[in-house]
Structure formats: C-alpha cells, structure tokens
Design a protein around this ligand. Structure first.
Ligand code: ADE
Length: 242
C-alpha cells in the first residue's frame, strides 16, 4: 500500500519512522511519503492561506495550492482523506476498508480548514474517492495528529505488520463488536491485587466464558451504543444473562 501525507508541518509526521509502522515501511509493506505543502507554492512568502470570503475569524487554506499538490500526488484509484472535526467518525470498520486501498492521500488542513472546493473538485474526478473523517467530537489544531492516528490504525491491518494476526481478532472493536476483556500477567499478586482465579485454572472453556462476560459487562458500562448495535443472532443465552 502507498500512503501520502501532505502537511505544512511535515516534521509532525516523524513518529511514522518508529515502531510497527516504521518496520512496515522498512519491510516494503507500506510506502509512506510525507510532503510539505509549501513546496507547491509559487510566491516568495510560500503562502498557503488567505482570509475567508464572507468574513469571520481565522484563515482558510487556498484551493490553488492544494490543487497543484494533489494533482501531483493523487494516482488513479486513490482515496483522498481529509481530517476535519466535521467529518464522519473514524471507526475500526473504516480502517479495515481503507487497509484494502492501493493509495491513500491524507490532506492535513490547518487554521479554519481547506477551501471546500477542493473536496468537491476531487470527488468529481473519475477514479478518485474523497472522504472527510473525524477522530471525535473535539477540535485539534490541524489534521496531522489525525493523520498519525489513521496511518497507525490502517498500517497495523496490512498483512505481515502485526506478528500474530489473532491479536487483531481479539482486541477491542474486533469482530465481536465488544471492548476487550481485562488482561493480566505475572506476578500473580501485586500490591494486594490478585489475578482472577479462573485465569490460573487452565480451564479453557471457563476462561473463554469469563472473558466474554467481562467484555459484555465492560461494553455495557462504557459503550452502551456498541451493545445496542450487536446482532442478537450472535448472542447466546449466557450473554443475555450478563
Ligand atoms: N482536525 C481538527 N480537529 C479534528 C478532529 N477532531 N478530527 C480530525 N481532524 C481534525
């Protein structure tokens, strides 16, 4: 997969050299290219923004600069992603869909955002899809942190990036649609806190049942919206008793 990130702060994306994403790049599983938007400016001041038509606070990023950058970077079949607090929420299902793309281009806005004609223009271009996405209901200073989040969420789903693919199945927001159960390791006693006895029993069926009960209880307490979205056909009679 190829991912291109365009930003006026390319240094913000430096952590993408580290850890699993860095290894995926080194292994050739992921080709990741970070670009400085100002490389596409033509004036002496390398201007990327201007005042908003209609008035109001702040600055808006110019469509002409973004247009020349995106014309250079977008390949046929690309998915252009624009992080913005007014986008659709980023979910694990969305990350799974994006992990099947050939090229993702992330356009990181700053200030009051990117002139709306940019998304409109590229969504009309044959062979390009455009999505605006949000990390959550809060406002960041720009799209760079959202780009980091998106790249990590997608890259770890690419075949060969996470060592044990089973860990992708069991984690929170995995196939079961539940938050993950609590996990424990050695020592069995710490600061007066014990590991739940069932986990030391070696009884696999009981452990599975306990983990599922914990996941259901946790999800019910923290994310009732996820419980409401569960397919009733996937619930057994023990689940319904939790
Ligand atoms: N840019 C600013 N705030 C954002 C958010 N919540 N999600 C994605 N991009 C953003």
């Amino acid at each position: 997969m190829r991912i291109d990130v365009i930003s006026i702060f390319p240094d913000y994306l430096a952590p993408l050299d580290l850890s699993l994403v860095g290894k995926a790049r080194a292994a050739g599983i992921l080709s990741l290219n970070v670009h400085d938007l100002r490389d596409w400016t033509t004036d002496r001041h390398r201007t990327v923004d201007d005042t908003p038509f209609g008035g109001g606070a702040g600055m808006v990023m110019r469509p002409d600069v973004w247009g020349t950058a995106l014309d250079d970077v977008l390949q046929d079949g690309a998915h252009l992603l624009v992080p913005t607090p007014s986008g659709e929420p980023l979910t694990q299902r969305r990350a799974e869909e994006l992990a099947r793309e050939q090229q993702i281009v992330i356009a990181c806005g700053r200030y009051e955002g990117i002139d709306s004609r940019v998304a409109e223009h590229y969504s009309q271009r044959p062979g390009v899809r455009v999505s605006e996405f949000s990390l959550g209901d809060y406002v960041l200073n720009g799209g760079e942190v959202a780009a980091l989040v998106l790249v990590e969420a997608v890259a770890r789903l690419l075949p060969g990036v996470v060592g044990n693919p089973q860990s992708l199945v069991e984690e929170s927001h995995g196939a079961a649609g539940l938050l993950e159960y609590p996990v424990y390791t050695k020592p069995p006693q710490w600061q007066g806190h014990e590991v739940p006895e069932v986990l030391l029993s070696g009884h696999h069926a009981r452990i599975e049942r306990w983990r599922r009960d914990q996941a259901l209880q946790r999800t019910g307490a923290r994310r009732p919206d996820l419980v409401a979205a569960l397919d009733p056909a996937t619930l057994d009679r023990h689940d319904l008793a939790v």
